[in-house]
Write a protein that binds this ligand. Structure first.
Ligand code: DC
Length: 223
């Protein structure tokens, strides 16, 4: 039987790094759902659609063709036939993604893409509403979090490694704004499922976080 691990939490908590490590360790597929919202954000930007105007975004949705593929265990999204690569990782697209993700029609549009993957393989899926909306029946639900300052510091370093040099204060302010958007929106707000296990890694490094997560997973699934 296939199993599902839901990994939710705010931006910059380290979900993707942790999820990749777990996926490798358990030999399962890692699905990054934020990349789907980012790709929709990219589409809107490329086509001059304001993410602040829901009607325009909804009207553009039928023209969005998204495909998620896994190549050598790595996820790639094809937007209208073209691989998006790192173009969805800029701060501008982060803001687009946060805004379009608050539109219910966008979330519905992405529902099946997310659910279908888990029909053919075991997955660890990271996002904001995996344990609450996408897989309320997930075998394990982890809500990974860290202080706003720790998350902004990590995100600043991560961007710098990609050659994007943003001041810490700017990253912190943008993260605060996104946190606010993501957790206060009406549909699928980024909150922990009632049965999720909270993991705060403000004072843990990746290995420490990984070991704690494995403990949680082993307490729910016999591996
Ligand atoms: O995880 P991320 O930073 O790549 O996500 C980008 C945006 O997409 C984030 O601001 C919130 C949104 N998102 C969402 O609403 N639901 C998800 N399952 C994943 C991401």
């Amino acid at each position: 039987m296939f199993y599902k691990i839901a990994l939710d939490g705010p931006s910059g908590a380290g979900k993707s790094t942790l999820a990749k490590k777990i996926a490798q360790g358990l030999n399962i597929v890692y699905v990054d759902t934020g990349a789907l919202y980012r790709s929709i954000g990219l589409y809107m930007k490329n086509n001059g659609v304001s993410p602040d105007e829901a009607e325009g975004v909804i009207a553009a949705l039928p023209s969005v063709s998204l495909q998620m593929k896994f190549e050598n265990g790595k996820q790639e999204i094809y937007l209208c036939g073209e691989a998006v690569g790192d173009s969805i990782r800029t701060p501008e697209i982060s803001m687009y993604a946060s805004k379009v993700s608050a539109i219910p029609e966008v979330r519905t549009f992405l529902l099946d893409t997310q659910r279908d993957i888990a029909k053919t393989t075991s997955v660890i899926m990271d996002g904001r509403d995996i344990g609450t909306v996408i897989f309320p029946d997930a075998d394990v639900k982890i809500f990974l979090t860290a202080s706003l300052e720790a998350r902004a510091r990590r995100r600043t370093e991560e961007l710098a490694q990609k050659g994007i040099h943003e001041p810490y204060e700017k990253v912190l302010a943008e993260m605060k704004e996104r946190d606010q958007n993501d957790s206060s929106r009406k549909v699928a707000p980024a909150v922990a499922a009632k049965d999720a296990i909270l993991l705060d890694n403000s004072d843990l490094d990746l290995e420490g976080t990984y070991q704690k997560a494995l403990e949680i997973i082993r307490s729910r699934i016999s591996l």
